[in-house]
Design a protein around this ligand. Structure first.
Ligand code: GTP
Length: 201
């Protein structure tokens, strides 16, 4: 395994079709895959980034949005170091479902891990159904960071994951300030991290 200083597990959740797989592919492979099929259960991809001279491995878990996979995907929340809750800015229903996803997170994920709300498909602004203001208000109320992305046009995708990597690395270096899940079991040189503070705090 490639040497690195930290390994962080980031889990993407949200309704089917909001673009979770495309966001992960865009960040890890620089691609916008055509004809992407629905995710079955869970999948993950790895990308190593450098944060302030520190090598950080991001293990990014892409969960299926379809209800029928919920019991499988829930089991991946618990060990997440950060959660990315995604909706589609052109699809109102994916936004109105967010409170249900928050309940899922509260039930199955560790408390106080960084949580980011992502409004994806920013390239389709002419079909927008959820205003940025509404989403920002929701994010504020629920103590989430908020960013709008386009996996298709690569808008803010790099920034999303790099910001999270920075936040997680900062928190890992100051574990006394943070709280979160137990460290992952690792092989090779990667060092498990301790506990993290909430991104929105
Ligand atoms: N225009 C546009 N289309 C996107 C974007 N991201 C994803 N899509 C499209 O949205 C559809 C669903 O994308 P996926 O990445 O498979 O969605 P998902 O959230 O992983 O879906 P599940 O695996 O079913 O949970 C595909 O047709 C993508 O091409 C984007 O940023 N802009």
């Amino acid at each position: 395994m490639e040497d690195c200083d930290f390994l962080f597990k980031i889990v993407l959740i949200g309704n089917a079709g909001v673009g979770k797989t495309c966001l992960v592919r865009r960040f890890t492979q620089g691609l916008f895959p055509p004809g992407q099929g629905a995710t079955i259960g869970v999948d993950f991809m790895i990308k190593t980034v450098v944060v302030d001279g520190t090598k950080v491995k991001l293990q990014i878990w892409d969960t299926a949005g379809q209800e029928r996979f919920r019991s499988i995907t829930q089991s991946y929340y618990r060990s997440a170091h950060a959660l990315v809750l995604t909706y589609d800015i052109t699809n109102e229903e994916t936004f109105t479902c967010l409170p249900d996803w928050l309940k899922e997170m509260e039930t199955h994920a560790a408390t106080d891990v960084p949580r980011v709300l992502v409004g994806n498909k920013l390239d389709l602004t002419s079909s927008r159904q959820v205003s940025r203001e509404r989403a920002e208000e929701f994010a504020n109320v629920h103590n989430l960071c908020y960013v709008e992305t386009s996996a298709k046009e690569a808008d803010n995708v790099e920034q999303l994951f790099l910001e999270l990597a920075s936040e997680l690395t900062r928190n890992a270096r100051h574990p006394a300030l943070a709280a979160g899940p137990p460290p992952p079991r690792l092989s090779g040189q990667a060092r498990p991290v301790g506990y993290f503070s909430c991104c929105g705090s």
